[in-house]
Write a protein that binds this ligand. Structure first.
Ligand code: NCD
Ligand code: ZN
Length: 423
């Protein structure tokens, strides 16, 4: 039995916010109450002065395996997630081979079982090779454990295939997760920043297909004014449409970073201050309900190229919490409970993950302990991810992850447990 003592528990699902002890037995939480008596055989971790949250859940990460092991592996990526406070993530299918068949998903599952320190749930590809030419077998993907369908950066341009994906989403009660980018528009912008309409047009198309098919849509990394309006209207109409935002879209804008640097090259792009403020506003108003990192690790050599040739993406899982706490809570946009809801309860609900995302009896013991007084200057040299590609170097974050517990086991501890008195 492990007893987390004297911490401040913030748990959006039950509305709990206060000093509480948490008792863990094996991989489950068994008790949450004001004061739990220490009994023989308890391992006590005194977390006085620190916060206790449900383990974070990220609906959009790229862990690169199989196929791109020089960028990240399940081994390195899962440890990077643990260091960021994440205990469950949904990994995107743009691997090689793509996550488009039972065979590939089963192969990935084996790697996860042997190498991962956290829970990793795959998103299956909508089309074979995420190439947009042939549908994958959605039933087979869901039967093999996919929690969503997505072609991610390779937007499914064929509307009929998208219709089929939405019909599968309703049949399996699982979301289609879309990276919205009209390739007909962006192909003319190879050397330049992609325009907002490339995103907004596809979000509008997908919402209308979702409506027509009664599907389930989760819009990934939303970054434009018009996409947000479309999601807001869809929600008002009662459609099952949700949206997520990435830290680089609500914390950075083209006013604050050097947009010619390839470290800022990401899809969708970092946009104007007006778009950034609109994303923050949509978070405040719960039009955007989830924070997802779009963790996209790359070797630095693929960034040390001309702008047009460099890879898109930001390695974001290890900076996400400090950046989000600083940019959203310290700035006064939202309160701590709301931030934790966006990192735990809401993503659990959207991905239909059961018994995670809350600190309550019978839930899985996925827990993160944080020091919210700690300033954290983001420094990619400290990343355990293979991807050091971030525009956040030097960003003055706030809030440090001290310990991450997955299924009752400590999978990350800032100083190998020495932060705490363990008796
Ligand atoms: N988001 C990114 O900028 N990059 C993603 C791919 C993608 O979604 O386009 C990646 O896999 O690196
Ligand atoms: Zn994407």
């Amino acid at each position: 039995m492990v007893l987390l003592r004297n911490g401040t528990v913030v748990n959006p699902k039950t509305g709990l916010n206060g000093k509480m002890d948490v008792l863990i037995e094996g991989d489950k939480i068994v008790e949450v109450s004001n004061s739990i008596e220490i009994r023989e055989g308890f391992q006590v971790i005194d977390v006085k002065g620190n916060y206790v949250f449900p383990g974070f859940i990220d609906l959009h990460v790229h862990l690169r395996e199989p196929g791109f092991e020089s960028k990240e592996t399940i081994f390195t990526g899962s440890r990077a997630c643990a260091k960021g406070g994440y205990t469950s993530v949904v990994c995107m299918p743009n691997t090689s081979p793509a996550l488009h068949s039972k065979e590939v998903l089963e192969h990935l599952k084996k790697i996860i079982e042997s190498d991962s320190v956290i829970s990793i749930y795959p998103a299956g590809a909508i089309t074979m090779n995420i190439a947009g030419n042939e549908l994958s077998n959605h039933d087979e993907l869901f039967e093999t454990g996919a929690v969503a369908l997505s072609d991610d950066g390779h937007t499914t341009m064929n509307s009929d295939f998208m219709r089929k994906a939405f019909l599968s989403s309703r049949k399996w009660n699982r979301p289609v997760m879309t990276h919205s980018e009209d390739h007909e528009v962006t192909k003319a912008f190879r050397e330049k920043i992609y325009p907002t309409n490339a995103e907004s047009d596809i979000v509008e198309r997908d919402i209308s297909l979702c409506k027509e098919t009664n599907g389930i849509l989760h819009v990934s990394h939303v970054s434009t004014d018009r996409a947000i309006d479309a999601i807001k209207n869809a929600k008002n109409e009662g459609l099952e449409v949700t949206g997520e935002a990435a830290p680089h879209h609500f914390a950075l804008s083209n006013q604050t970073v050097d947009m010619t640097s390839t470290l800022c090259k990401v899809n969708p792009p970092i946009r104007s201050e007006n778009d950034r403020l609109k994303v923050v506003d949509a978070i405040k108003n719960r039009i955007i309900e989830v924070i997802a990192t779009d963790h996209a690790p790359h070797e630095l050599s693929s960034k040390e190229k001309s702008y047009g040739d460099a890879s898109f993406g930001i390695s974001g899982i290890e900076s996400a919490f400090s950046v989000s706490y600083k940019a959203l809570v310290e700035s006064g946009a939202i309160d701590l409970m709301h931030l934790i809801e966006m990192l735990t309860e809401k993503p659990a609900r959207i991905a239909r993950l059961e018994n995670v995302g809350s600190i309550e009896p019978q839930y899985v013991a996925d827990i993160v302990i944080a020091d919210l007084d700690q300033e954290v200057l983001i420094n990619s040299d400290t990343f355990v991810s293979k991807g050091k590609n971030t525009p956040f170097n030097g960003y003055p974050g706030k809030g440090d992850i001290l310990m991450t517990i997955h299924h009752g086991k400590v999978v990350y501890s800032k100083k190998s447990g020495r932060n705490y008195v363990i008796r």
